[in-house]
Design a protein around this ligand. Structure first.
Ligand SMILES: NC(=O)c1ccc[n+]([C@@H]2O[C@H](COP(=O)([O-])OP(=O)(O)OC[C@H]3O[C@@H](n4cnc5c(N)ncnc54)[C@H](OP(=O)(O)O)[C@@H]3O)[C@@H](O)[C@H]2O)c1
Length: 269
């Protein structure tokens, strides 16, 4: 029987590429979007309405899938949002909103999917985290923290679920051409802000990197397919430009002050 996949955030970016690739490989894919009517070219992929931050819809989302299918084999926690800003000037509301989307919403959906996976004594949970979840980016602390948190959640959860035949895998991508930069929670600083010039430079460099160095999300979709098809997947995967992956090793081996200097030089702050 074809495996059933539930993937959050399938309307654009990684979610869209992963959904298309899995569907063309005969998986039965259920994706989500907050506004599924906006997207009408999703042959073979059912796009269901779902907002991760609602904390009341995850059970009905799972029930909807299970009313058609008798199981969910794979849950891909992909939906997410970007956010940057100096800690002194961001609002607690925005920081919480980011964590609701990138962390707590995934816990909520995992909780709703787990009973059926445990009943089947089988399941795979894939978290799309980020290389930012291994690094420290100036002005990116809240986003990095949300991705660190998902990395930690995935690795801990994998131990909790092993006896139930359920595996958890984290995929940490570098920069890819998706809509994340344009759709991020935006923060405009007042020109009088003491952070104005540095934050402006950081935003320009981040955008320049995204425009010139980001890669095709199909790469992440192919890795996801390979992991799903593997009999014995690992726990942590990194995917992206060599230098971005190498930055994780550099952080481990370099004295921290030197690593921070390199990051500050990179973002010219
Ligand atoms: N692109 C990169 O360079 C990169 C690098 C590392 C990690 N990531 C991670 O990859 C994941 C996918 O992002 P992407 O780059 O593909 O960006 P994207 O094109 O902006 O896609 C984000 C997806 O998440 C959904 N989404 C956003 N907020 C949501 C919410 N509150 N409830 C439900 N769905 C929500 C969006 O759906 P709707 O707007 O249709 O609801 C969309 O399908 C994210 O977790 C992101 O942090 C991206």
């Amino acid at each position: 029987m074809n495996k059933v996949v539930l993937i959050s955030g399938a309307s654009t970016g990684f979610g869209r590429s992963i959904s298309k690739l899995l569907t063309s490989n005969n998986f039965r894919v259920y994706g989500t979007s907050r506004n599924p009517k906006k997207y009408n070219d999703f042959e073979g992929i059912k796009l269901l309405r779902y907002d991760l931050t609602s904390f009341k819809d995850s059970k009905s989302l799972v029930e909807k899938v299970l009313s058609v299918e008798d199981k969910i084999d794979i849950l891909i926690n992909n939906a997410g949002s970007g956010f940057a800003g100096p800690i002194e000037e961001i609002s607690i509301e925005d920081a919480k909103k980011l964590f609701d989307t990138n962390f707590f919403g995934h816990i909520d959906l995992i909780q709703s999917v787990l009973p059926s996976m445990r009943k089947n004594k089988n399941g795979l949970i894939v978290n799309i985290t980020s290389i930012a979840g291994y690094n420290n980016i100036p002005f990116g602390s809240v986003y990095c923290a949300s991705k660190y948190s998902m990395e930690c959640l995935g690795a801990s959860l994998n131990m909790e679920l092993k006896d139930f035949g359920i595996r958890v895998v984290n995929i940490a991508p570098g920069d890819y051409r998706t809509e994340i930069f344009d759709k991020r929670i935006k923060l405009e600083l007042d020109t009088n802000s003491p952070y104005y010039n540095k934050y402006k430079k950081f935003t320009e460099i981040s955008k320049h990197n995204m425009d010139t160095q980001s890669r095709d999300p199909e790469e992440v979709a192919k890795l996801t397919l390979k992991i799903i098809q593997s009999k014995n997947p690992g726990i942590h995967y990194k995917v992206g430009h060599f230098l971005q992956k190498f930055s994780i090793s550099l952080k481990k081996i370099l004295p921290e002050k030197l690593y921070q200097k390199l990051m500050m030089n990179h973002y010219k702050i």
